[in-house]
Design a protein around this ligand. Structure first.
Ligand code: NAD
Length: 262
């Protein structure tokens, strides 16, 4: 019996990177999982059926686009109806765009705020009533070191992630006596497709080579000089779901190799 064997979880943005590692860690502990995200249909189906086969749990996929608030609400209600409850919600989907403020494309700004911040609002709003009724819930938002500090050329992302930290604190206070904890995890640089994809734009914005971006920009901020791993973040998320973590709420917990200590 895993530590989450009676629980049902939903992880947004779990077709890749951090979300995928969290969904698999939940399944390994016995939770049924709804996965979500964009990507190739066959690859997603392989991931979904792989989770069922590897861990003997139920796994379903939602194609809800985090740009669309109504689709986010429907995803949560469908997940709850399909498994009978929604006990753990991880708002993890996120995108990035790197550009100086005066050149920042309006549509990219809006998409980042919708996917990285507003989707979490819609999902939490839909999930809280059931969690309150069952007197148990865990909400974990994937923030970033950029929820605590800023870097140039990432105005939309830094704004959205600071917003996530505020949303986390506010909802934590609202549900503090309902057996529900609300926390954010704040990774430093993690080696995932999201980081890999921003290297060309950073090279352009700063006039640097790929190696310079990795060492002088990305790991420059991270005192350990190592990327965080998705498995380490999944382990932190699992801990936040445990009963031992029931008094941890309203926090934005850095896992950033010391970045935000500076
Ligand atoms: P990733 O690109 O590997 O994964 C992002 C996930 O979000 C994918 O599953 C993708 O399909 C999904 N997604 C994107 N747009 C979507 C949309 N419109 N609708 C539904 N799903 C959508 O990235 P990652 O690095 O694993 O990032 C996950 C989270 O971690 C993000 O919130 C990101 O901001 C945060 N984060 C990442 C790092 C890092 O260094 N990688 C650091 C700090 C925080």
């Amino acid at each position: 019996m895993g530590s989450l064997s009676s629980k049902n979880a939903l992880v947004t943005g779990s077709t890749s990177g951090i979300g995928l590692a969290i969904a698999r860690a939940f399944a390994a502990e016995g939770a049924n999982v709804t996965i979500n995200g964009l990507g190739d249909d066959a690859a997603i189906e392989q991931e979904r059926s792989g989770i069922e086969k590897d861990f003997g749990v139920k796994c379903r996929y939602s194609d809800a686009n985090m740009m669309d608030g109504a689709a986010v609400s429907a995803m949560v209600h469908d997940a709850e109806a399909a498994f009978g409850s929604l006990d753990i919600l991880v708002n993890n989907a996120g995108i990035q765009h790197v550009a100086p403020i005066e050149e920042f494309p309006d549509d990219k700004w809006e998409a980042i705020i919708r996917i990285n911040l507003m989707a979490a609002f819609y999902a939490i709003k839909a999930a809280v009533p059931g969690m309150k009724a069952r007197k148990w819930g865990r909400i974990i938002n994937t923030a970033s070191a950029h929820a605590l500090v800023a870097s140039p050329f990432k105005s939309a992302y830094v704004s959205a992630k600071h917003g996530i930290a505020g949303l986390t604190k506010t909802v934590a206070l609202e549900v503090a006596q309902d057996g529900i904890t609300v926390n954010a995890i704040a990774p430093g640089y993690v080696w995932t497709p999201l980081v890999e994809k921003q290297i060309p734009d950073t090279m352009k914005a700063r006039g640097m080579t790929e190696e310079q971006v990795k060492h002088d920009v990305l790991l420059a901020a991270q005192p350990t000089k190592e990327f965080v791993t998705v498995e380490e973040l999944a382990a932190l998320t699992l801990f936040l779901c445990s009963d031992a973590a029931r008094q941890i709420t309203g926090t934005t917990l850095p896992m950033d190799g010391g970045w935000t200590a500076q």
